[in-house]
Design a protein around this ligand. Structure first.
Ligand SMILES: [Zn+2]
Length: 179
């Protein structure tokens, strides 16, 4: 159980680290480009975009009848669109997070709405850095306990029995006795 938990912790830390690097690269790319992944359905269009300091998701009505259905990727110069410029009556700005709602009134049609949510990159950095930071902290604490000559699992003093912890039965690994 402890081994499984440790393995999951290592895995989560690794995945988060990859996400963190990805977020940093996207942020750098966002200075010059807007990358957009769009799914066109029959009634709705879902857009996911990386632009400037944000990741944005928009759910819009399909305005083109009998248009193409499916996924589309595009990239363009990004300087024209800034989520911080969204200032409609429904727009909500909190700590760089942006929510907005836009209405389309089409002739002979009911009005349809578009929903936009923008997540700032800083929250992605923070969110993906938590687990790796805990990992580093846990390793550092483990090392400190090891150097002090105590069991890594339960903290029992191992100076009298360096091979195996008499308290919880954890075998002292070679790397543990080295440092
Ligand atoms: Zn122990």
């Amino acid at each position: 159980m402890k081994r499984l938990r440790r393995w999951l912790f290592n895995l989560a830390a690794g995945v988060s680290l990859v996400a963190l690097v990805g977020a940093i690269l996207l942020r750098g790319r966002g200075h010059h480009y807007m990358d957009q992944l769009v799914y066109r359905g029959k009634a709705r269009v879902l857009s996911i975009a990386a632009l400037d300091a944000w990741i944005g998701v928009a759910l819009s009505p399909q305005l083109i009848r009998n248009g193409n259905v499916g996924w589309q990727y595009s990239t363009s110069a990004s300087r024209d669109l800034k989520p911080s410029d969204l200032t409609s009556a429904d727009a909500l700005h909190v700590l760089g997070f942006v929510y907005d709602r836009r209405r389309f009134v089409l002739q002979g049609d009911r009005d349809r709405q578009e929903f936009l949510v923008f997540v700032p990159h800083w929250s992605l950095f923070a969110g993906s850095a938590i687990v790796p930071a805990c990992w580093v902290l846990a390793r550092w604490r483990e090392r400190r306990v090891r150097v002090a000559g105590c069991c890594v699992v339960c903290g029992y003093d191992l100076r009298a029995s360096p091979d195996r912890c008499p308290e919880c039965g954890t075998a002292a690994k070679a790397e543990m006795t080295q440092s």
